[in-house]
Ligand binder design. Structure first.
Ligand SMILES: O=C[C@H](O)[C@@H](O)CC(=O)C(=O)O
Ligand SMILES: [Zn+2]
Length: 276
């Protein structure tokens, strides 16, 4: 499990393109028939992907955690960004259509990821944080989530925000998780941008064509940098950083947060006119 150690806001502006990419961009998440995981020192975030095809993929423990099993002290969100699949949690089977999300509570011992169609395999994007208590494992179906529409066609940022794990939905200790879908012809996410010092955030972009890219913006509002991001890659965003981007086409992304609070609306706006 690779360890990501975050740069601070002082070192950030001195970094080269490759230093920025090595520090904040998570590549190679999608490993067919495998589980990939990385650990971020900030908020002890674990980012991963389980990509079963014809054999199930268990949530293997990591020696770095020094725990008896992966979820001994943690909670996990699993978003299916592929075809039909299922997740077994301690023997209970949760069917997972595309864009269904499973919150898996602390104390769950055996977690197994499976695809139902080898021609359209499931892919489970994983985000985990330490948990102080055991909230029940909860399936959140795409159809049950009421999207919030934001932006406009005129400003190329028309998009729907779908909150899955949050204070008014499936409950958790730290994890707040959802998906944003850009409408055809719209390319800008999270514009106007914001920061939230109380929480760090991870964006994982998907539904991008192989040659398409998202131009992801990060940094303090007065000192921004960019990363070019491919399909199924993630960007780690410290609390002091904006997280926004424009795609070469419409796309979707999973956003997820952990930290001091779970208040989605706790954001400090970074108006476009103040960005540098
Ligand atoms: O803190 C919340 C997150 O940055 C996202 O939910 C924002 C987002 O999906 C968007 O505006 O497109
Ligand atoms: Zn945010």
């Amino acid at each position: 499990m690779r360890l990501y150690q975050m740069a601070d806001a002082v070192r950030f502006p001195t970094m080269t393109t490759s230093e920025l990419r090595d520090t904040f961009l998570v590549k190679g998440l999608h490993q067919p028939q495998n589980l990939s995981m990385c650990y971020v020192d900030l908020d002890r975030t674990i980012i991963g992907m389980a990509s079963p095809i014809n054999v199930s993929v268990p949530l293997a423990n990591e020696t770095m955690l020094r725990s008896e099993y992966f979820l001994e002290r943690r909670e996990l969100g699993a978003l299916n960004i592929g075809g039909k699949g299922q997740i077994r949690v301690d023997g209970q089977v949760y069917p997972m259509d595309s864009l269904d999300c499973l919150y898996i509570g602390r104390g769950s011992r055996d977690v197994i990821f499976e695809s139902l169609d080898t021609n359209a395999p499931a892919a489970f994007y994983l985000l985990s944080y330490p948990a102080h208590t055991a909230w029940p494992t909860t399936l959140i179906r795409k159809q049950e989530v009421t999207p919030v529409m934001l932006g406009s066609v005129e400003t190329a940022n028309r998009r729907s925000i779908c909150k899955y794990i949050h204070l008014e939905g499936a409950r958790s200790c730290q994890l707040v998780m959802g998906v944003t879908h850009l409408e055809k012809g719209s390319v800008w996410n999270t514009m106007p941008a914001h920061t939230h010092m109380r929480r760090s955030e991870v964006y994982m972009y998907f539904s991008l064509a192989p040659e398409a890219r998202v131009f992801h913006l990060m940094g303090q509002p007065h000192e921004t940098r960019h990363l070019f991001v491919e399909d199924r890659e993630a960007v780690i965003s410290p609390g002091w950083s904006i997280h926004a981007g424009a795609g070469s086409q419409a796309y979707s992304f999973c956003w997820g947060m952990g930290g001091e609070n779970q208040d989605y609306a706790d954001m400090d706006p970074a108006p476009l006119t103040t960005l540098r």
